[in-house]
Ligand binder design. Structure first.
Ligand SMILES: Nc1ncnc2c1ncn2[C@@H]1O[C@H](COP(=O)(O)OP(=O)(O)OP(=O)(O)O)[C@@H](O)[C@H]1O
Ligand SMILES: [Mg+2]
Length: 218
């Protein structure tokens, strides 16, 4: 395998589970692969959701399962030598593994659901990112993704207000049945049999992936 001169590690982390770490990792991996990029995923979640999701889809995207903090510290750089992009699916919780991932990432995305509890957990993740930034001279870059929103609700507008000065991505992903269906259907939103919800979700994830890409390669 050839040595890469440019490689990027993009991680998805949060303290709170169920916020869409696996879903966003899988969709961004699929999108990069469709663009012809050499992409691999590091699955650090004990549930191995991303590995099972990609295997279910019969995807050729390579997936490396790593939970051990020492292994994450030592092996992420080895994997980056062979790919353009490495995506790391974090496990829920602020663990030693999460700290190691932050020390090895160029960009961190923190998916957050718009509820009071989730927003306060996001603060803990942001604190951890800032600690890593202070050690690493500003890296990793980080952005918050508001996921599972229901537009027009008070929770949504309060979440936007809370996050507006906290590096929130412009794209937000609504709560959609089509997104929830993806794992069981062995799909991502772009490969789901078309209904209106799937078509809308496909546009939203396209916008999200483009925006993450702008952050990754400004
Ligand atoms: N915007 C959304 N709309 C509907 N369902 C969603 C959305 N985002 C994620 N989901 C679904 O919610 C469930 C949890 O999402 P996911 O597994 O991506 O979260 P996670 O943060 O990795 O959770 P865990 O704590 O279990 O590791 C999955 O079934 C996923 O398909
Ligand atoms: Mg997960």
């Amino acid at each position: 395998m050839s040595e890469r001169t440019v490689m990027t590690v993009v991680s998805f982390i949060n303290q709170k589970g169920g916020c869409g770490l696996a879903a966003t990792t899988c969709h961004f991996a699929y999108w990069l692969h469709q663009k012809g990029k050499e992409v691999a995923v590091i699955d650090s979640d004990a549930q191995q959701s991303v590995s099972r999701w990609l295997t279910g889809m019969e995807s050729v995207i390579q997936c490396f399962v790593m939970h051990d903090p020492d292994q994450l510290m030592e092996d992420i750089p080895k994997v980056t030598a062979s790919f353009d992009y490495i995506l790391v699916d974090g496990s829920a919780g602020i663990t030693e593994a999460t700290r190691c991932i932050l020390l090895r990432s160029d960009v961190v995305i923190v998916p957050v659901q718009p509820t009071g509890l989730d927003l306060s957990s996001a603060n803990d993740a942001i604190r951890l990112v800032k600690q890593a930034q202070s050690v690493r001279g500003g890296l990793p870059k980080f952005h918050i993704l508001l996921n599972r929103v229901v537009r027009g609700t008070r929770l949504y507008s309060e979440a936007v207000q809370f996050l507006q000065d906290k590096h929130m991505l412009k794209t937000v992903i609504p709560q959609r049945q089509a997104i929830a269906d993806c794992f069981g259907q062995k799909s991502v939103v772009w490969t789901l049999p078309g209904n209106e919800s799937a078509k809308e979700a496909a546009k939203e994830f396209e916008a999200l992936c483009q925006e993450i890409m702008e952050v990754v390669t400004p």
